[in-house]
Design a binder for this molecule. Structure first.
Ligand code: SF4
Length: 291
């Protein structure tokens, strides 16, 4: 069956997906994705809202028999793809492809640090005590340890850093909870998956710092699909760009002008003049920023 039939009015997607509407552009996009997966190369697709892009890449990806990574723009989209769209298309296609979800380390509960926090008991507020109780209750039910599942503790709670891990405080192989570690389990499942769902932040963070547990997956991957690709430049510049604020620039000019506390200059006139010129240029930027 070709992509037009699979996504057509009598295809499996139409038969098994509630509310599915066959669309010509979706079939055309799926055919292009299918061709590039088979032939190799790079494909850039721009398609308007309502095209049904997700099904147009999931269908050929699931049927390709390849190890595919799909990266989404946000963690919210990542969850939606993994928990809703991917299982639906897989069911409709009767695919046996193994799927997995991988997020960054700070998204997984750390059993060791949770235990430590409960034992230490130094919590800043009653709110934190109640939140810790809720997190502990959830730990007994969760399979993935993904903290996005905890709806009754705010994402902004300052308790989260105490019960999740960082590269520096993770005990790794020396951890007494390693066999039950949610992060280690997510990484193992990611390694065994045919279709792995990640997000652009994880993708770039790994390139930048090489410690997201994602680098070791790449050698076996045959195709990468970047959804919401228009977000890539901004996210990439966050990890690889350098930024200089007008305030930093102003501080630099004052430093280079060598001002002493009483305003006298300690450096040669040429250097002071140059720094002052830069300061004159920078000041309006600072004023604009603080307005
Ligand atoms: S291995 Fe690291 S992340 Fe896992 S439970 Fe131990 S300290 Fe936490």
């Amino acid at each position: 069956m070709d992509m037009a039939e699979l996504l057509g009015p009598d295809g499996p997607l139409a038969r098994h997906t509630p509310g599915f509407a066959p669309r010509l552009q979706q079939q055309q996009m799926a055919a292009s994705v299918d061709a590039i997966l088979n032939e190799g190369g790079t494909l850039i697709v721009e398609a308007g809202t309502g095209t049904g892009k997700t099904y147009a890449y999931l269908t050929p990806a699931l049927l390709s028999g390849m190890r595919v990574i799909i990266s989404t723009g946000t963690r919210h989209l990542q969850d939606q793809l993994y928990h809703r769209d991917l299982p639906m298309v897989r069911r409709a296609l009767k695919s046996s492809a193994k799927i997995a979800l991988l997020k960054g380390r700070s998204n997984y509960l750390c059993r060791y640090r949770l235990r430590l926090t409960r034992q230490e008991g130094h919590l800043a507020s009653r709110e934190h005590i109640a939140e810790l109780r809720r997190i502990h209750a959830w730990t007994k039910r969760t399979r993935h340890g993904d903290i996005a599942e905890v709806s009754n503790v705010p994402e902004t709670s300052t308790l989260w850093p105490r019960v999740t891990s960082t590269v520096d405080n993770c005990l790794g192989q020396d951890c007494p909870d390693l066999s039950d570690c949610f992060l280690a389990k997510a990484r193992r499942e990611a390694q065994a998956a045919d279709v792995l769902v990640i997000n652009h932040h994880l993708f770039f963070a790994d390139m930048a710092i090489k410690e997201t547990g994602f680098a070791e997956l790449l050698p076996g991957v045959e195709a990468i699909i970047l959804d919401e690709a228009h977000q890539l430049p901004e996210i990439a510049s966050h990890f690889f760009g350098k930024s200089l604020s007008s305030r930093q620039l102003l501080e630099l000019t004052r430093d280079k002008a060598g001002r002493c506390s009483s305003g006298c200059a300690r450096f040669p006139r040429s250097r002071v003049t140059l720094a002052q010129a830069l300061e004159i240029f920078t000041l309006p930027l600072c004023a604009k920023r603080s307005a």
